[in-house]
Design a protein around this ligand. Structure first.
Ligand SMILES: C[S@@+](CC[C@H](N)C(=O)[O-])C[C@H]1O[C@@H](n2cnc3c(N)ncnc32)[C@H](O)[C@@H]1O
Length: 591
């Protein structure tokens, strides 16, 4: 027994020496394949020596392979590929010249702090930001640290085109590296740090644009739309079928507009909670550039957030109440969770006390009273009370264009009430079929109708509206909303959008269609059937302009009747000020 122990100890020492030697060798040589093969081989052999029978041959070590995840090209990582290619073209480089040896890092030993990892993951100073991605991150070219003559593409959160910065590279992908912004040495002419209103900005993953003037924010969103059509609808651009992208329409409220927030917290597995975990939003890397907020919100992956300036006052009240509650009940949680904060609006009778009119449940303060904020709708001379709902099943109310909408707090509804009257008016006007014969009725189809927002707001002046929606719950609300608002010409179908074409009976020449799909966009089957139906006009609203551009190109170029249509107008609406997100509205009409 003692003898065997001695043998294993000798082997262990010998092995340790060899690993050290290999590490030294790899640091000096910088030959990534060789280095990773050998270092990995040794660490694996160590395992074999213990596990294998004395006479069996050591197995050939298995190298870890980088497995690229399949991404939807219209999702942020897919869009990044286009942005990388464009940057390379501008700088006369090709993909080979910016490729990182990811497998060398994967097979580095020791895993987290091996020589290869240390070479790649380092601080780089004096980096000029060359452009911004549609996600708002800066893009720069830096030297490859292990292969002379090669470069790397660095993504720099909170870096602005024209900034000169210091960064820390902490994650490597085949064609880009992720970094943290450490210092801004030279400011971009568009950087206006004095505009930052939030103490968490620069750490929180929610906002990217607080240091831009609002004009610049809108301009940046217009560029995102222009680029999205260049990337995903190149044939439309080449044939000049998309002529111009209009100015982005701003949000009346630039802060305090978000009617829904979802702070969350994590609970470590199998460890009792000894203190309250941070409750808030995800931290974007580990920034150091804002020296005044380094400690604020903590350093974990979730920031502890007390207040969010883009949330409405009622939502922030709810956040404060729920945080207080969490202070005393966090130990009841075995797993992490998300807290829903959704604004609820009550129209008040001025002759009665506000508290007596709050019919629905809402987030309560430490006196066990529902917190509320009173506001005035000056246009309609109405007094409103805003409360915050936390139960996903509770019914909440919003007022848009003089209509009341009820829906389950956990279901989809647009998150910026202040911009909705502008959007619904724009949609309504663009659905109008021109040159209508005086008495001929017009019709409307609302695909992906949710709880009936666009159907109801566009129902005046048309004979019939047909809405289709996959969520049966939302359809029940759409029906109830139409009824409660005295709208009699709407009917709603539960099912996938294409189900519409089974039952549609309105004359296509007199029918306009609203499309407002989820981020992934419409599918080809739906687009084909839409083209066969051949409506007079289409207004396509989207929170992902990249999938919208793809769908619009498919519709115009690849469906049978697509050639009979043109893009009449295209522009963004700023549903989400201070963030990189943009809502895009594309109006398609017959040629
Ligand atoms: C972006 S929301 C728009 C809702 C509505 N237009 C509004 O503004 O409130 C997209 C809606 O499409 C619905 N949806 C998702 N996939 C669908 C499908 N294949 N067919 C029909 N509706 C779908 C979702 O349930 C969601 O309500």
């Amino acid at each position: 027994m003692i003898a065997w122990k001695r043998v294993t100890n000798t082997l262990r020492i010998a092995l340790k020496c060899r690993i050290n030697l290999m590490v030294g060798y790899s640091t000096l040589k910088y030959n990534m394949t060789t280095v990773s093969d050998k270092t990995m081989g040794d660490s694996n052999n160590k395992r074999h020596l213990h596990e294998s029978a004395p006479n069996s041959k050591p197995k050939k070590p298995k190298l870890k392979k980088y497995k690229a995840k399949k991404v939807d090209p219209t999702a942020p990582l897919g869009v990044l590929e286009f942005e990388i290619d464009e940057l390379l073209e501008e700088h006369k480089l090709n993909r080979d010249l910016v490729q990182n040896n990811v497998s060398a890092i994967l097979n580095d030993a020791p895993k987290l702090n091996g020589p290869m990892t240390r070479s790649y993951h380092r601080v780089v100073n004096n980096v000029r930001v060359l452009r911004n991605t549609s996600n708002g991150e800066g893009m720069a070219l830096i030297e490859n640290p292990v292969e002379t003559g090669k470069k790397q593409i660095a993504l720099i959160p909170f870096g602005l085109v024209g900034d000169v910065v210091n960064i820390n590279v902490y994650k490597t992908h085949p064609y880009h590296v992720e970094t943290d912004l450490l210092d801004v040495l030279e400011k971009s002419p568009i950087r206006k740090d004095e505009l930052i209103t939030c103490k968490y900005f620069g750490k929180c993953s929610g906002c990217q644009f607080q240091f831009l003037t609002y004009e610049k924010q809108l301009e940046s969103k217009r560029n995102t739309i222009i680029n999205a059509y260049r990337y995903f609808a190149p044939r439309l651009i080449a044939e000049k079928l998309v002529q111009e992208v209009g100015e982005t329409i701003g949000s009346p409220l630039k802060l305090g507009y978000r009617t829904k927030l979802t702070p969350h917290f994590d609970v470590p597995r199998r460890k009792p909670l000894i203190s309250r975990p941070p409750l808030g939003f995800g931290q974007k890397g580990k920034q150091k550039w804002r020296k005044d907020n380094l400690e604020i919100g903590g350093t974990g992956s979730i920031l502890d957030i007390e207040e969010c300036p883009i949330g409405t006052p009622a939502i922030n009240m709810g956040m404060s109440n729920e945080r207080q509650k969490f202070e005393t009940n966090y130990q009841n949680y075995k797993k992490g969770a998300t807290i829903l904060l959704r604004e609820n609006t009550t129209i008040l009778d001025r002759s009665k006390g506000t508290k007596d009119q709050l019919l629905d449940d809402g987030s309560k303060n430490d006196q066990n009273e529902i917190s509320f904020v009173e506001t005035e709708d000056e246009e309609k001379n109405t007094k409103l009370a805003k409360t915050c709902v936390t139960n996903t099943r509770q019914i909440v109310r919003e007022y848009v264009d003089g209509y009341t909408f009820k829906f389950s707090a956990g279901e989809f509804f647009q998150n910026n009430n202040s911009i909705l009257p502008l959007v619904t008016k724009y949609v309504r006007e663009n659905l109008q079929i021109p040159n209508s014969e005086t008495d001929a009725p017009n019709y409307l189809v609302d695909a992906y109708c949710g709880s009936g927002l666009f159907s109801i707001c566009s129902s005046k002046g048309v004979a019939k509206v047909t809405g289709v929606e996959i969520s049966a719950d939302s359809v029940s609300f759409a029906e109830a909303n139409a009824k409660n608002n005295g709208v009699k010409n709407c009917n709603f179908i539960v099912g996938k959008a294409e189900k519409l074409f089974e039952s549609i009976d309105t004359p296509n020449d007199r029918t306009s269609v609203i499309l407002d799909p989820p981020r992934k966009g419409c599918d080809e089957l739906f687009m084909k059937q839409l083209s066969e139906y051949y409506p007079a006009r289409i207004v396509y609203i989207s929170c992902n302009v990249h999938s919208q551009a793809r769908d619009v190109q498919y519709f115009l170029k690849d469906t049978e009747r697509g050639k009979n249509y043109k893009v009449e107008s295209l522009r963004g609406f700023d549903f989400f000020p201070q963030t990189h997100h943009v809502e895009s509205v594309c109006v398609i009409s017959r040629v």
